[in-house]
Design a protein around this ligand. Sequence first.
Ligand code: SF4
Length: 451
Amino acid sequence: MTISFTYKRRQTTTTHVGNVAIGSDYPIRLQTMANTSTNDIDASVAQVERCVKAGAEIVRFTTQGTREVESLAEIRKQLNSKGVNIPLVADVHFRSDVADRAAQVVEKVRINPGNYANKPEDIEAKFAKLIDLCKANHTALRIGVNHGSLSQRMMDKYGDTPEGMVESCMELLRLAVKYDFHDIVLSVKSSNTRVMVETVRLLVQTMDKENMAFPLHLGVTEAGEGEDGRIKSAVGIGALLADGIGDTVRVSLSEEPEAEIPVAKALVDYFANPNSTRYNDKNILSYNEDKKSIFFFNTEDDWEQFQLQSAAECGRLLWQYGCDKLEILNPNFSEKQVEKLSKDILQAARIKMYKTEFISCPGCGRTMFDLQKTVADIKAAIGTKLNGRGLKIAIMGCIVNGPGEMADADYGYVGAGKNEVSLYRGKECVERNIDQAQAVERLLQLINETK
Ligand code: SF4
């Protein structure tokens, strides 16, 4: 069966984030998140300028407390004085008071329903106050649910399932509608591409049933870095873009934020630009029922673009048709290269694990160590030694969000303080606050002890 290359954007309402409008009447927006300390004003301003140069349209900052809100006000002021008016987003966890302050300073506030209020009975009053502040200051909100940080209440009722993530999002969304507030963007993210795609689709269906059409932000969390991070992001984000879902995109890589933008742009252009190579009539995408396989033929001559396009097209079909094989063909590349790409896509779609999977957060102002170097050190130390065991190893920048966000990792290396690391086996912390200099070696020992 041949699959046609069509693209029809899901119709949404419009959300205004400063001078950027998000929704189906506008282009899909490209976002990133700073990894500087929010309190390092000079470094943060310089990083935003680099992101803007790369094509970012919105930049988010971690906002742990009121000091960071004051820093964001200064960052905003300095950017404005340079004529850089890109909207800034405060990323707030655990502190509704900080969200309230941030709503008076930046163009959008992201809150996580999983940790927005400690007591369920406080949610409505706190959220109504935040909405009042957003209305008064023309500030938008992102209700951003993450797979690994659902509230205990949701976990007790639904487990860490797509249903639990969607309900967590809908609870606040229904309140926003009740209080007549509509400048909202939604996200439901996971580092598991399959869970992420299933959850976004369920959220769309749930909104449809309740006559809501808010814009969606897409991303695969903790996708890692390098080509694995890009392929994993393309599998998840591409599956949804192919269905016309997605109004703003962030590709989360454990790299500099400006490196995320060309990847996001390539994915968005591939689907949404009618002149892209996707709509070249030489391309073929088909499904063979007897072989339970897919065939993708494409003549793209840039290897990185071809990797992204193959991942973006194939992941969704693997899930849709229950395939466990993939045939990819491109006359510009060797059979060996393309065979490895097929295996990487099968792994990114969680169909077949053939090598160790590294889940790593992109890092942000909470990161207490050199994340990029640490990811490289751990990958080098492990090399191919553990391939075949199907292990997922997480490298997370902070103890505040790391343990929750690494969701289904088998082992975790999590920043616990300045030059200190805690090690996890599944969700259990097995070594606390060890010296970073010894942490990679201890992680390897831990994995070997539990063969
Ligand atoms: S896990 Fe912590 S350091 Fe990493 S991106 Fe999330 S909040 Fe930032």
